[in-house]
Structures are given as C-alpha cells and as structure tokens.
Design a protein around this ligand. Sequence first.
Ligand SMILES: [Zn+2]
Length: 426
Amino acid sequence: MDPVSSTTVNRRTDTPHPRKEVIRMSAITHMDPDRRNRRSTSRMVRDHRLRYHNEVNAPPRAPIRTRETIAMPPFSPPTLTPSPTQFPRYSRQTLLATIGRTGQERLASTRVLVIGCGALGGASANLLARAGFGHITLVDRDYVELHNLQRQTLFDEADVAAHVPKAVAAATRLSQINSEIVVTPIVADVNPASIEPLINGVDLIVDGLDNFETRYLLNDAAVKHAIPWVYGGVIGSYGMTMTIRPGESACLRCVFPDAPSAGSAPTCDTAGVLGPTVDVISGLQVAEAMKLAVGATDSLNPGLIAVDLWALSFDRIPVPGPIPGCPACDACQFTYLDSATLNQSTSLCGHDAVQLLITPPVSLDLANLEDRLSRSGETLRNRFLLRFRPAFSGHELTVFPDGRAIIKGTTDPIEARTLYARYIGT
Ligand SMILES: [Zn+2]
C-alpha cells in the first residue's frame, strides 16, 4: 500500500505572510537612526546573513528543452572601439566627468558575462547594452514563460508563445536596442564542468542567478581566476548586492561561508518577488560594473548593500577585505568547483522520472517545506516523505528527509535539477 495514500491533501490558505516579522524589524531599524548607528558591522552582517539564508534565493523557472540548440562557443570576441559616429548615442553618459570619452572607450572594449537572464540578469543586460558595453555574453538554461513577464522586462508575449530560450530572446532584444555591440547568447546549464570555459577571457561578471548552488560555484570560479563579479539577489521586496574583487575585497564566502542547505530557504516560486526591487538591485549592479570597467575603484561599493522597498529600508554594511580563514580567498579550496560535491541525478529507466541525490545529505524539515509548498500546489506528507504537485504542471516531486528527491514527468536530469531548485531550493 502506498504509505501516503491515506494522508490528507494540504491546501492551506491561512498561512501568515512569511516576511511580516522581518519587514517590521527593518522598519524599526530604519526609523531609529541612533540605534541603527550603534549596531556594529558584525551585528549587521550577521543579521543580513540570516536574512540571506532565509530569503535570498530563486530557482530556475523552466525546464530545458532546447539547451543544445546553441553550442557553447569559445569566447574570442573582436575588439571594439566606439567610432566618432557612435558617441552621440552616449553623449548624455560621456558628459559625466566620471566617464567621459575615455570611459566610454573602456566600456566598449569591456567583455562582460551575465550569468542568468531572468529578472536580475535581464534588467542588468538591458542597462549594460544601453551603456555601451562592447561585448555582452548571456548565459541561461531556461525559456520564457508567462509568469516571467511580471518582472523580466526584456521579454514579451511572443517570446512566451514561441517558447524562446531566455538567452536568445534577450540577445535579440538587446541587438535591437544597440546594434553597435556584440551580444552572444549561450543556452546552457552552468555547472562545474561548464563555468570555467564560460568565464574564460571575460573582464567582469554580473550575477543574474537565482539559486545558491550556482552562485557559490560562480564565486569559486571567479576567485580562482581573479575575475571581478557583482553579486545580486532578490526575493520578495528584499534584495542585496555586493561587489567582489578577488584579492582586493571580501568574496561571497567571506561574508556567507556556506550556502543554505537544500530545501531550507524559500524561493521566488514559493515566496514571490517584487518587480521594482529587481530594478533597484540591477541598477546598483550595473553602476558597479561601469565603475569596474572605467577603473573607478575608489567609488566601488565597499561592502554589502541591502534594500527592502516595501519597508523602505536601505542599509550599507561595510565589509573589510578578504577575511582570513575564508575557504575560497584564503585557503583556495574551491569546493563548489569540485565535482565530488555535485548533486547527482539519475534517470530512472522506464519510470519517466529522475532521482536527484543531495551531496552531502541534509536534514529536511518536511513540515516546514510543506508549509511553503502548499501555496504553490498540492502536497501530501507522512513521516517518510513529502509529495508535491505544482499547480499548472504535469510534474510531481517526492522529497525525502535527507534531501533526496524523485521528480516524475521528466527523464532529463537538468530539467529535474531545475524543478528541484525552483521549488525545494538549492
Ligand atoms: Zn573569501
């Protein structure tokens, strides 16, 4: 007998807003500047580390059906320099003394990689293209879906109808915005095997990711190869950003040593995201990218910036340089690049299902997880497992207390990872 067949379907509708308490705390902090000033850097970092682990995460949004349509090319773009006829396009930007003609030329010769073309990555790519970054590479493994349009401003309903990969749709749009730059779309999964070829030859990286596993992988690769990158993350109305220059500033693992364990944090598909917060964080990220490109290092963000647009809280938390003991910066232990730490997925022959193993195993609170997932579909739970059927989806996720999952409705391991990251969180 199926051990869950006698349990009750959970369709809770009275769950309190998960961020209510956090927003209230932020509002108090914002209204009391004296108290705010008394808070030590370490206390603020600790507070935001907690919020990061609890809140900032979002999963990939769609299964992969066309990832092999575009092969990953070696990155060897030509060198661009703005011609005199191109400067009128940027005249309002070159008027800024901090940029000028020389800065514009530097932007034109800068090779920037945007990893993730969803809300943050798409908004950043739009600003990068309009600013005149000469070489923009876009990497994403998903395709456009209707629920993306609320906040992913490079896409439209035609992209949804045609199931266009996000990287391709974004590159098409950017080429219409600025035909004088080189935009390269890559439809691919970012993983330990692919990330080093992807970042080879780029000058800086802008984070448009929506899951912890890949973001820590990016940090490892960027630190290992000394490539600056700008972190950004949004969930709900809350967002954070930090500029990372390997060897010069703290890295992601200096501030947040370990990624939250699988299934421990909400995702955008379970907690939602406020579109305007995406634009604020991406604006900060691209401003930092421009400073990096023109060499304005003295003006860079020296720590962590955290904003909550609903609570109207804006915090700047200074973070000192590389922190002794950091496994990435100090010990050069790039554990997320180590294939031994990869989450393993296996197609279950004849079952239209994929099993995903979480390494190392975690200890999932299935009741908490059910509470989050019950807003996004049907759940069934007993003491052995949690079964979840997302609304408007033909998939079924069965999750076990050690994080292992069986995803039904697909035989594609990457699609299974996407669904796991979307709903369980990695
Ligand atoms: Zn570090």
